[in-house]
Write a protein that binds this ligand. Structure first.
Ligand code: PMP
Length: 351
């Protein structure tokens, strides 16, 4: 029946999200979710909307949430854009800001949604190789380009780029947007949000899916100077005038009010990551230094696929990649301390 498809649909290679198993008795370390529940204040805020109020459309401007994000980061609410997960925020940014008359640049090992958006919006791109240690080499971005996007920390490597390097990129291409995708920034990285007022070409996206335990709610945001946010709003309002639903609007806003809970959960994950890194290093793994809620690691003798399949038999799911250069690497999400101990015990029997 594909004769009904448009030429565009024929050409698409859609993103395949990580597996969400239908059973509960697994230790799920494959999609970088937070192992802790969201703040009780979030659950309370959702419960308050979950009755008579669901009849009503949500605020199309998400003002409450924009104001909460702006206050949290010391910005004005005209500098905040919100969307249905940062994936949607990124999609709007690709269309509104990154489709230019020269190829978009992003690292060759990075978030695999970027080439998918390029396919959808007809954006040319160049992959810029990471160096031997999986780090971004700023000098390699000197070429003519339509913009730059990269996650910081990068995914799936977990490597962090310092703010000094981000400033270099911003200054290298003052007339192009540099989009820093900070999905994992709260696990030990320094956010580029502090540079937003200084650089008119900087857009920073973040998500509530990881550090705020709200992957199931689908809320993400971008911050930048008002002219960049206006462009995103134009695209959004030409697509769907309600960016997020009513439960998400109130739940997400409440999450920014419970700072203590947030800091505590992030710190627990950082501590567990360091325990896992030390244990895997002792077992002979090479573990790339991670600033994210996952580790990226390879074993000199054991194949990543075999390790992943053997872990799966022990009811632990981790991620491996059918991609040159990283096909011997496992990406393992940081779980609770109990999940981490089960993982370490299983790996000990396998290495
Ligand atoms: N950016 C990166 C680098 C990611 O790994 C993810 C999660 N897969 C996202 C953005 C999107 O996250 P979400 O849509 O849940 O906000």
């Amino acid at each position: 029946m594909s004769q009904y498809w448009s030429r565009l649909v024929h050409s698409l290679t859609p993103y395949v999200p990580g597996e969400q198993p239908k059973v509960d008795n697994l230790i799920k370390l494959n999609t970088n979710e937070n192992p802790y529940p969201p703040s009780p204040q979030v659950l309370q805020a959702i419960a308050e909307q979950n009755n008579e109020k669901l009849r009503l459309y949500p605020d199309p401007n998400s003002d409450l949430l924009k104001q909460a994000i702006a206050n949290y980061h010391g910005l004005n609410s005209t500098q905040v854009f919100v969307g249905n997960g940062s994936d949607e925020v990124l999609a709007h940014a690709f269309q509104a800001l990154l489709k230019q008359d020269a190829p978009l640049l992003f690292p060759d090992i990075t978030y695999s949604f970027y080439p998918v958006y390029c396919g959808l919006y007809g954006i040319e791109y160049n992959n810029v190789p990471l160096n031997a240690e999986f780090a971004i080499e700023v000098e390699d971005y000197q070429q003519k380009c339509g913009g730059i996007i990269f996650p910081n920390p990068n995914a799936p490597t977990g490597r962090l780029l310092p703010l000094s390097a981000i400033k270099q990129l911003l200054e290298m291409h003052p007339n192009r947007v540099v989009l820093v995708d900070e999905a994992y920034i709260d696990f030990g990285g320094e956010s580029a949000i502090c540079l937003v007022n200084e650089y008119p070409n900087l857009l920073v996206s973040q998500t509530l899916s990881k550090s705020r335990s709200l992957a199931g709610m689908r809320v993400g945001f971008a911050v930048g100077q008002a002219h960049l946010i206006d462009a995103l709003e134009r695209v959004k309002n030409s697509f769907n005038s309600y960016p997020i639903d009513r439960l998400a609007l109130y739940g997400a806003t409440a999450s920014f009010a419970d700072e203590e809970y947030f800091q505590d959960a992030c710190q627990k994950i950082i501590n567990t990551r360091e325990t896992l890194t030390a244990a895997m290093t002792d077992m002979g793994f090479k573990v790339i230094p991670s600033a994210a809620n996952f580790v990226f690691a390879t074993h000199p003798q054991k194949s990543a696929e075999e390790l992943a399949l053997a872990l799966r038999e022990r009811k632990i799911i981790v991620r491996y990649f059918n991609k040159p250069r990283i096909d011997q690497y496992l990406r393992i999400t940081i779980g609770t301390d109990a999940e981490n101990q089960a993982l370490i015990n299983a790996l000990k029997t396998l290495t």
